[in-house]
Design a protein around this ligand. Sequence first.
Ligand code: CMC
Length: 392
Amino acid sequence: ADVFTFDPGFTSTAACESEITYIDGDKGELLYRGYPIEELAEKSHYLEVCYLLLNGELPTEKQMTDFEYRITRHTMLHEQIHMFFRGFRRDSHPMATMVGVVGAMSAFYHDSLDINDPWQREVAAMRMIAKLPTIAAMAYKYSIGQPFVYPRNDLDYAANFLHMCFSVPAEPYVVKPELAKAMDRIMMLHADHEQNASTSTVRLAGSSGANPFACVAAGIACLWGPAHGGANQACLEMLREIGSVDRIPEYIRRAKDKNDPFRLMGFGHRVYKNFDPRAKVMKESADEVLDLLGVHDNPILQVAKELERIALEDEYFVSKKLYPNVDFYSGIILEAMGFPTAMFTPIFALSRTVGWISQWKEMLGDPTGKIGRPRQLYTGKVQREYVPVPKR
Ligand code: CMC
């Protein structure tokens, strides 16, 4: 019989070769195409990072201008997709709407479905990077009963997203540059993270030759889970549920109890066993945003800070190397900006789209590329005889 390596959760199996993102979990290091995330967060901006991830090099000035021009040309959605939104219940989670609408893009953009045509692949990539913020903002507007707000191409990528979420026809939202910068930074920090669950999902879906919109829709579906991208929403809900500093010990106790399924959301990571470098940058950003907005006595923030302090000193968390991850702080910033918790994971999704597409493109270019097809260790019944109903 065939012999297979058994590796539940793929903790020690490399599924591909990749030149895009490097993580050293012990050192807490994250590089996009060789550039440290901390440096990119400080000196770069989201669209430049998109170019870098997609193409492997930082753009020249001309390449950047062309790229920006191409992205902004694709920010609007086919008008008929507006009707598609209206088929959803108003109280749908924006992630549910996004899985549907992004999947449905393959029903609208027929000239970017041929994965063997490099030009079509490129257009599909541009379309998704450009349209995901529009789709996420529309999902939000729909859920709160406000009219859709069209994109504005004179604003930069992050500012335009804030505009589409918070403007109403009666009153434009004046985007504070500092908030646009913080939003841009959140997007940069989420742009790629090598072979995480959703990226592996996109690669697996893509390995069968499925079209890029279908692959990204699969990635969005996977990201939604609370162990992955859904953690940012789950984390803020947990902080709210804890509610006050004096209740923290009870939750710490529950997190340590093997018989209680509760986990501290926003803590722990499969790869980072020292600290999550994204969390460090995000924490600084959170402090800046809260200062800017004058938020100091927010009880959620107090709970977050105290929880972090207690957990970092607790033997259980220290010995298991459980540190706050990127999702622990992002929710605090997004909440301060005025986003409801249901929008946290959609923001993760739109930011990660470039990573998914870069990985998908890399996979298609791999000459050894095979369909992803894991094997199994069968633990079921051996062959047996069918028993007719009267004899069972
Ligand atoms: N709270 C309490 N205990 C935990 C936690 C936590 N957040 N995370 C891990 N543990 C314990 C776990 O019970 C296990 O204990 P033991 O060895 O005694 O059985 C040990 O630590 C190792 O955990 P694991 O589940 O085997 O580790 P993993 O690598 O499979 O899981 C994880 C990583 C991120 C899914 C997990 O840490 C977790 O569920 N964290 C909370 C959810 C979260 O914040 N997710 C966001 C991850 S970062 C952004 C993203 O990828 O989307």
